[in-house]
Structure formats: C-alpha cells, structure tokens
Design a protein around this ligand. Structure first.
Ligand SMILES: [Zn+2]
Length: 283
C-alpha cells in the first residue's frame, strides 16, 4: 500500500513539474497542462519506467522542436488548425491511446501491448518531428496523393527532409525505450529478452513511426476537413480565419487534425504490434 502511495506522489509531482514547465514555456495551454498531468500520473502508476519515459521523451522532444526556429515557421503555421500551444484535445489525441494500452498491459500482461505502445509513441513522435523539421525544408512539399507541389504547411504534403525526420523520430523512441529497459533491468512487462533487444526495438519503432506518419499524411490529404477563408482566400484547417466563418472545401466535418492524429497512431501501433508478434513467433 505504501508503495502505491509513493508511486502516486512521485507520478503526480513529476507530471506537475513537467506540465507546469511546459505551461510556463507556453508549450501547453491550461487545458493541455491539466490533461498532461492526468495522463502522466496515470501512466506512471500503471506502467514502468520505459512506458512513462518514452511518453516524456516524446513530449519534451516535441516541445523543444516546436520552440526551435519558431519565427521561421510562423508564416507556414498561420493556416494550421492550432498554434504552438497544445490543448487538451491535442494532448489526448497524442497520448490517450498510449494510456489505454498501458492500462491493458497492467490488466493482461503481454508483450503485444508494449509493442503497440511503442508504435503509437513512435508515430506521434515521428509525425511531430516531420511537421516541425519538415516545415524548415527549402524544397516545396509534394502532395502524397498526386506528387504535385503544394504550399508549405498543407496537410498531406511531404518532403524528403520530413520523411528523414519521421524516421529519426521513430528511431529516437526505440532508443529511449531500449535505454530505459536496460536501466530498469527488465520489468514484469518486458520479460522476454527479444522484447528488449536494441535491433528489435529500433526496427519496430522505425516501421511503426514511418507507417503511422504516412497514414497521418494520407488521412490528412483524403479525409481531413479543409476550409477556405472567404476574406483572404487561403486554404486552412480551421473553420474560422480573418475573423470570419470559412467554407468547407473537402473532407468530413468531424475529421479534425486531432482525429487524424489519433487514427494514425492506432495504425502505427498495429504495425509495430504485428511486427513484434511475427518476430516473436517466427524467429
Ligand atoms: Zn483569411
């Protein structure tokens, strides 16, 4: 009982510290900070260090990248659904599925949950890195469906730099998960050695991250709601611009950027879980 109390206190104060700093640094809105505290505390209590640690690695690396050269990206970002400050919707779209998987692993311990979780974290990291770093590309993005050049910041636009960044983001998560697993010396959820080996973790996260972030671009290009501003004529992801209602030009109303992120992280999680399953059964 006392251990549970200690876990709770460490989890809540650690999450408060990180979310508080992110709020202070304007990476999170008030609702985003509240959601991050709940998510972080729950993850700490349900999972072990590699679970909590990969979430933190995603969060800190993404916040730092968003801050980096913000001014250079300001123009491309003005049409984005949301600015640099993450709100509760974005935090949950990125971390909610991870928490569900962590809870499932606590209830029914199995490596499949861990692999799926890694795929989810690899996807959200790869996707954020691709957006932040790819946004600095000197080359014009090409639309994932047609290969035609599109303006920077367009949903579904991809650049070689962005693809390289998403590969790096996936590998980063694999490396962090491996390091924490080694430090911890193997917890109850990481029993099998194969589930802890560096090449396996890097491979799973690379595949999950790239597939997940490509799924994100594809969904963004095909299904995401897009609007056109009636005042300035700009194509945007939000339904208001220039202080006026914008017209929907394509996609489904409910398919917001947060929904696209949540579905693509599920896709990345499935890819990694499938690969991990095949690896453990075939090899
Ligand atoms: Zn406008």
């Amino acid at each position: 009982m006392s251990y549970l109390w200690m876990d709770g206190i460490i989890g809540i104060s650690g999450s408060l510290l990180i979310a508080g700093a992110a709020y202070w640094k304007r990476s999170l809105s008030a609702s985003g900070a509240a959601a991050a505290v709940v998510l972080g505390s729950a993850m700490y209590m349900l999972g072990s260090a590699p679970w909590f640690g990969t979430l933190i690695a995603f969060f800190i690396s993404s916040s730092l990248l968003s801050k980096w050269k913000r001014r250079r990206k300001a123009e491309a970002e003005s049409g984005y659904a949301k600015g640099g400050r993450r709100d509760a919707g974005q935090v949950l779209a990125n971390g909610g599925l991870g928490l569900v998987l962590c809870g499932l692993a606590a209830l029914w311990p199995h490596n499949a949950w861990w692999f799926a979780y890694l795929g989810v974290m690899a996807t959200v990291t790869a996707d954020t890195w691709a957006t932040e770093i790819g946004g600095l590309s000197k080359r014009m993005p090409r639309f994932i469906l047609t290969g035609r050049e599109v303006p920077p910041g367009t949903s579904g636009g991809i650049t070689p730099l962005g693809l390289a960044a998403s590969a790096a983001g996936g590998l980063f998560i694999g490396f962090v998960a491996w390091s924490l697993g080694e430090l911890q010396g193997g917890g109850e959820l990481l029993g099998q050695d194969t589930a802890r080996s560096l090449p396996v973790l890097l491979g799973l996260c690379l595949a999950g991250g790239i597939c997940g972030s490509l799924a994100d671009s594809w969904l963004g290009a095909v299904c995401q709601a897009m609007y056109r501003c009636k005042v300035c004529g700009k194509d945007i992801e939000k339904n208001r611009h220039c202080e006026a209602e914008a017209v929907r030009t394509r996609g489904f109303n409910w398919m917001t950027n947060d929904v696209v992120n949540a579905i693509s992280s599920l896709a990345g999680g499935l890819i990694s879980a499938l690969m991990g399953f095949l690896y453990l059964t075939v090899i």
